[in-house]
Ligand binder design. Sequence first.
Ligand code: XIL
Length: 322
Amino acid sequence: PKGLADAMKERGREFIGTALTLRGNATEEAIARNPADFNSFTPENSMKWESIEPGRNNFTFDDADRYRDWAKKNKKEIHCHTLVWHSQLPTWVSQGGFDNATLISIMKNHIFKVAGRYKDVCTRWDVVNEALNEDGTYRSSVFYNTIGEAFIPIAFRFAKQASPKSELFYNDYNLEYNGNKTLGAQRIVKLVQSYGVEINGVGLQAHLAQETTPTAGPLPDQKTLETVLRGYTQLDVDVVYTEIDIRMNTPATPEKLRAQAKAYETVAKSCLAVKRCIGMTVWGISDAFSWIPGVFPGEGAALLWDENLKKKPAYDGFLKGI
Ligand code: XIL
């Protein structure tokens, strides 16, 4: 039977991906490897600043290299993640105390070394991740507090120089509700463009919930999702759902799993309704390993395969939407 990536390519789009952690689970890895379902992945943690430059100019590429090798061996695109982010940032950076010029040179070295090393394998890069508060203003971070909003176009300029063939994305969560944060990311696209710097896409993480949970939901309707996507494509950039998971209050019940399948279908349909929605990535394979229960206690069951690595109704819903 036809898989997710097969269906997506049939519809003239580029990719379906998953977040990937190589943890030695053969069943999970075989699902991620299956080219019918996935032709792309995002390294879940291995390219983050704390993993790859834990000390100043001390680069530890071994782990990220494993993902590059896995991609080559299994013929996958890599959605590389992420160059400039306030989180999973080593203390030597986050504690600050740098002047403007010094922090820019630190960013430059990081981006040139990391994006430069993987320039032939990163189809896309999340250059800047999560720079916005919920109200659309800039989040307080060492980058914003030291450099100001210019840290964003500066990061994109370095990334383009270091890896000219990669598509460069601004990536954030809660952009799906057509609120102030949605507008904030439009402002960021225009800001980068106003510097004469290339930005190729907006990544909507899509950490969503079907029902209302203590931390999210309910799901935006299809029309809202399409409006949000078009708000970005009108600025001449592509859009991608970069980290889809649709959580629920656990335990799962058959009804909730059916509603979740509908929710996955809605998200997929919204992408397919917008020509420049080039792909979608789900944030992992199995509920057994998802980040959700660890961060949102009492919530979970957010992915397409259950804790026993069996396909859920959500898989069929997602496929139906493509
Ligand atoms: C999460 C990973 O899934 C976890 O393994 C890690 O402990 C924390 O980060 N937004 C992002 C992702 O951009 O990098 C985050 O991934 C989830 C939220």
